[in-house]
Design a protein around this ligand. Structure first.
Ligand SMILES: Nc1ncnc2c1ncn2[C@@H]1O[C@H](COP(=O)(O)OP(=O)(O)OP(=O)(O)O)[C@@H](O)[C@H]1O
Ligand SMILES: O=C(O)[C@@H](O)C(=O)CO
Length: 417
């Protein structure tokens, strides 16, 4: 077990840094990589996390990218794999989680795996196969209004049945709490009955610890970052001391492209502390000079402490209006594009610390910054570590939409050296 190198395929960049943060905090030397590299990584690691931007892609593209990632991880010594998706099971109408899971199972010549998005520390729990956010069902939690992947059903069994080739069964709470052997017996029964995936209930970390033990010999596990933390613990490494990876003081910017409930609170809180500018959706779509205008505004406020913020974040009613007016895909892409161009210009102007909110937004920003890979630093909030690029003093915090408390942007900057 201890000699198995873990290869993670994450379907977005905030999700990748989420799992990388938990692996690292629980003792695994972890490197997060931007996409599928062209060459091997020289740096030693217990876990390699490939960040893809495949969550909202057409399923065929997501499958292709995930298989490329798998092949690269295999070539680079990984012999145990984790498909990381969102703890709120974010998937498009067609759904990518099912097809990618099927493709990875086939490539690894396996016929069974688990589905476990639970992340209790951030309020994501699974009971009787239903996914909860706090005490609300997923489809009543605000996630039903997600800009790109609205989640209208909380049943993980139904969601998987709609997306995947095989049958999905359940390992229910009473069987989980009986312990690892009980979970393994359920797996054996489900396999014998022709099920290909087992949704596993988990309402607390203690159940994730039992599950981590039960999947010890699985070549492929799928889930959120909660289970991964316990898989890392089972490697029995010493937890790492990470203070060196807190960013040095430097020019900092906050780019918020998330419209989640929590990001709305974080943006509102931060607006009272620092210069902030709302990104205008229409300008993003129609004004080719808009990125330059935002760039000049950020430069004019570069010395302010705490750092300036550009935000596209709006509440759900405004978001719906904007989407109806311009089209969901068009406006999402246009806004992401503006953030990406802005980040590139700011890096060229000497900005070193980027705090980005939103998975799609973070993914495009990091892709365009062209940073190859990252060491994992301290967690600012559960699931959001500071990242430092392998080869330059550039630091990133990639915040998943609903992660962090309302003072997240302030707390992140308070951690600089
Ligand atoms: N004002 C807006 N109008 C329309 N679309 C917007 C607006 N602001 C942001 N968006 C788009 O909404 C999407 C938000 O997705 P993103 O993944 O970045 O955030 P999130 O879903 O909250 O984060 P996560 O996936 O980490 O939970 C992006 O494509 C972004 O461009
Ligand atoms: O699992 C989560 O909630 C996050 O890491 C994520 O994937 C958000 O994009």
């Amino acid at each position: 077990m201890a000699d198995k190198k873990l290869g993670v395929i994450a379907d977005d960049f905030t999700g990748a840094s989420d799992i990388a943060g938990f692996l690292s905090e629980n003792g695994l030397q972890t490197i997060q990589i931007n996409g599928v590299p062209l060459q091997p990584l020289p740096n030693p690691a217990d876990a390699l996390v490939i960040s893809l931007k495949s969550r909202s892609n057409p399923p065929r593209e997501a499958v292709e990218q995930s298989l490329q990632a798998l092949r690269w991880l295999q070539k680079n010594g990984c012999n145990r794999f984790y498909f990381k998706y969102c703890s709120t099971f974010d998937s498009s109408a067609e759904g990518n989680i099912g097809p990618v899971t099927d493709a990875l199972l086939d490539a690894l010549q396996q016929d069974f795996t688990v589905i476990c998005p639970a992340l209790p520390i951030n309020g994501r729990t699974v009971f009787n196969g239903y996914l909860f956010v706090g005490n609300l069902l997923l489809n009543e939690s605000g996630m039903q209004n997600h800009p790109i992947t609205p989640m209208k059903d909380a049943s993980l069994l139904r969601l998987m049945d709609a997306q995947a080739q095989g049958k999905t069964g359940l390992v229910a709470y009473p069987e989980v709490i009986c312990g690892t052997e009980s979970i393994k017996t359920c797996f054996a029964r489900l396999k014998a009955e022709g099920y290909r995936y087992a949704v596993v209930d988990a309402t607390e970390n203690s159940q994730l610890a039992l599950l981590a033990e039960a999947v010890k010999d699985f070549p492929l596990v799928t889930g959120g970052s909660g289970l991964a933390a316990y898989i890392a613990r089972s490697y029995d490494r010493q937890a790492q001391n990470l203070p060196a990876l807190i960013p040095a003081p430097g020019k900092t910017v906050i780019l918020s492209g998330s419209c989640s409930l929590m990001t709305n609170q974080q943006v509102n809180y931060y607006k009272a502390l620092a210069p902030s500018l709302a990104l205008d959706a229409e300008q993003a779509l129609h004004n080719p000079d808009y990125g330059d205008e935002l760039y000049r505004w950020v430069l004019a406020h570069a010395e302010h402490k705490p750092a300036p913020m550009i935000y596209a974040t709006v509440e759900v009613a405004a978001l719906k209006q904007i989407q109806q007016r311009f089209g969901v895909a068009q406006i999402s892409r246009a806004i992401e594009e503006v953030f990406a161009c802005l980040a590139v210009k700011l890096k060229a102007a000497g900005f070193t610390n980027f705090i980005v909110a939103g998975g799609e937004t973070s993914s495009i920003v990091v892709q365009r910054l062209g940073l190859s890979a990252f060491y994992i630093g301290k967690q600012i909030a559960p699931g959001v570590p500071w990242l430092k690029t392998l080869d330059a003093p550039v630091f990133l915090a990639l915040k998943s939409g609903n992660f962090g408390t309302k003072d997240f942007f302030e707390v992140a900057q308070g951690m600089t050296l």
